[in-house]
Design a protein around this ligand. Structure first.
Ligand SMILES: *Cc1c(COP(=O)(O)O)cnc(C)c1O
Length: 315
């Protein structure tokens, strides 16, 4: 239930660990300033971590970032939120080439650049989700772990955590993407890293056009399966979580729950799932969700004959 993290998503794990590692290399007299380029949950996680460390954090987001997320990042206590460029790549370049050098020149602060997913320290932080799962299962190996993939930082953490326990080739890992954001699925089909020309899914937190090299490598293992669902199937997952668990999450997270509905997971696995089986869904969370968005998804899934008013679905 990563939606319960102070920043609203699992990103606190990776970014928290990354920042502590970066800070440990600095001299005590230096004046650090955190910089993050992300429109969404990574920016929010950076600000929450920086506040916990009493450090300033500047976030650069592209114009595609919603007003809701900009306002949440501001309210969380960002030093500054700057909107620049059409895409994350534009915002990121502006952050590294203009914002960070300018801030350093003006204030003498040491800038710490925080990437959203492509760093081994981020994966190590995300891997803590696996040790917690195993504690909760009292050491029993889960047979299936379900998690979604944007750039692959969460998935890499799950695989790294499983490897540490010697389960990296036995536990089945289902790597979920939505159609229109399926950069891992495309890379697997091609046999090499593919950069998508654009993102057409509404699950924007999965909207990395290219996964990390390590993500493709892990996903080529036999026990890993890439699964792509439609946005409306992710919406079903969000509606189901709200109805059954009183929990609000983004489409990027609902996709994992959508897989459990309407016999989809059985079709993906080619077998039934046993009642006694340990199946773990990483509810990755996300702050880009409102009651109004959920109401829209409810209408959408009812129209396509998905969940009749939230009742009667098979789970
Ligand atoms: C960032 C994010 C993802 C994808 O994580 P990656 O590490 O980029 O693969 C999934 N769900 C939510 C809610 C996110 O914020």
């Amino acid at each position: 239930m990563e939606n319960l993290q102070p920043s609203g998503s699992f990103k606190s794990r990776g970014i928290g660990h990354y920042l502590l590692t970066q800070l440990s290399t600095l001299s005590p007299s230096s004046n650090p300033h955190i910089f993050s380029s992300s429109g969404g949950n990574a920016g929010l996680a950076s600000v929450h971590a920086s506040r916990a460390l009493s450090l300033p954090c500047t976030v650069v987001v592209p114009f595609s970032t919603s007003a809701l997320m900009v306002s949440k990042i501001r309210t969380a206590g960002a030093h500054a939120v700057i909107q620049h460029g059409a895409t994350w790549a534009d915002a990121d370049a502006y952050l590294r080439e203009i914002v960070m050098p300018t801030q350093h020149r003006l204030s003498g602060e040491v800038g710490i650049y925080t990437p959203p997913f492509d760093h081994v320290d981020i994966w190590t932080g995300n891997a803590t989700v696996v040790s917690e799962i195993v504690n909760q299962l009292q050491g029993v190996r889960p047979s299936i772990i379900i998690c979604s993939v944007g750039g692959g930082g969460l998935f890499n953490g799950v695989m790294q955590g499983l490897d540490t326990l010697g389960w990296g080739h036995t536990t089945t890992v289902l790597a979920l993407e939505t159609a229109g954001a399926a950069s891992l699925s495309a890379s697997l089909a091609a046999g090499h890293l593919i950069t998508l020309p654009g993102i057409t899914s509404r699950a924007t937190s999965l909207g990395a056009t290219r996964v990390t090299a390590k993500t493709l490598e892990y996903a080529q293992r036999e026990n890993v399966k890439s699964v792509v669902l439609e946005d409306h199937e992710a919406a079903e997952g969000c509606v189901m979580l709200a109805d059954e668990e009183r929990v609000m999450v983004e489409l990027a997270c609902g996709v994992n729950v959508g897989l459990l509905l309407k016999g989809r997971i059985e079709r993906v696995l080619g077998r039934t799932v046993d009642k006694e089986e340990r199946l773990v869904v990483v509810v990755c969370g996300g702050s880009g969700v409102t009651v109004e968005m959920l109401a829209g998804w409810r209408e959408e899934v009812t129209e396509v004959g998905a969940l009749p008013n939230g009742n009667g679905h098979e789970a």
